[in-house]
Unconditional design. Structure first.
Length: 249
């Protein structure tokens, strides 16, 4: 496969991932395996994926700010709780051998497929200003940070579940806090991957431009009518990549 072809494929996949992330979440289930398929080893692919994640969520956080939808103090508190876990998770990720990491990634991706068919919790519409942080939130944010630093794939779903169920925030504020939290814990994780030579900046920037454009485009269209089709396509793509990572074919 030529480099031009690889760039085009990665950009298209990243664009789709950006659309999916804004509409629902789970875009890394496409970008991370694709980086591995393009020839990067697992640790470098994991680190490179953070470049696109950071660029996309910075743009999303800025968009929320411009729309006067922000709770900076609460977002910062929640984000800081994820930092110790994110650092520990990133350190663990770079120490795993490629085969074990790919096996873990394949299993997680199949788990995400299953979770997509579980009933979704309804957002609480009257509690967007809930600022209470309970002990369960402290624990969950540490765990989310660890998982985000280690793998990242599907971490948005975890943040949304925690903020909805534990803090009773509505979906608008859940998404606003989600992108802020991801930006904060992605920074130290990316630094660790970069410091250990596990980031391919060229692929990362190509992917980052794609995810940013995909997210920007998705913000201006209605995805409700196409949600079922997107879900089916996402499940098929994830399943193929997961089976490939697990050496089923």
């Amino acid at each position: 496969m030529s480099e031009i072809t690889s760039i085009i494929i990665l950009f298209v996949i990243a664009f789709i991932a950006g659309v999916i992330n804004v509409g629902a979440g789970g875009g890394s289930t496409l970008t991370l395996p694709m980086l591995i398929f393009l020839g990067l080893d697992a640790a470098v692919a994991n680190g490179t994926n953070r470049v696109g994640i950071l660029m996309q969520n910075l743009a999303a956080a800025y968009s929320f700010k411009r729309s006067n939808m922000s709770q900076f103090k609460l977002s910062l508190k929640l984000s800081l709780l994820t930092l110790p876990g994110a650092v520990a998770g990133a350190i663990l990720a770079i120490k795993l051998n490629n085969k074990l990491f790919e096996t873990i990634l394949g299993i997680v991706m199949i788990g995400i497929i299953i979770s997509m068919f579980l009933p979704k919790a309804k957002g609480t519409r009257d509690s967007e200003n809930n600022q209470k942080i309970s002990w369960s939130v402290y624990i969950s944010m540490f765990g989310i940070g660890f998982y985000g630093g280690f793998l990242q794939v599907g971490v948005g779903f975890m943040i949304m579940a925690a903020l909805q169920h534990l803090m009773k925030l509505n979906l608008i504020y859940v998404n606003m806090h989600k992108v802020f939290i991801i930006v904060v814990f992605t920074l130290p994780a990316l630094v660790i991957f970069a410091f250990t030579g596990n980031v391919n900046w060229w692929w990362g920037i190509v992917m980052g431009v794609g995810t940013a454009l995909g997210g920007w485009w998705s913000a201006f269209i209605s995805v409700k009518r196409g949600e079922k089709l997107i879900k089916v396509m996402l499940v098929i793509a994830i399943l193929i990549m997961a089976l490939k990572l697990l050496n089923v074919f």
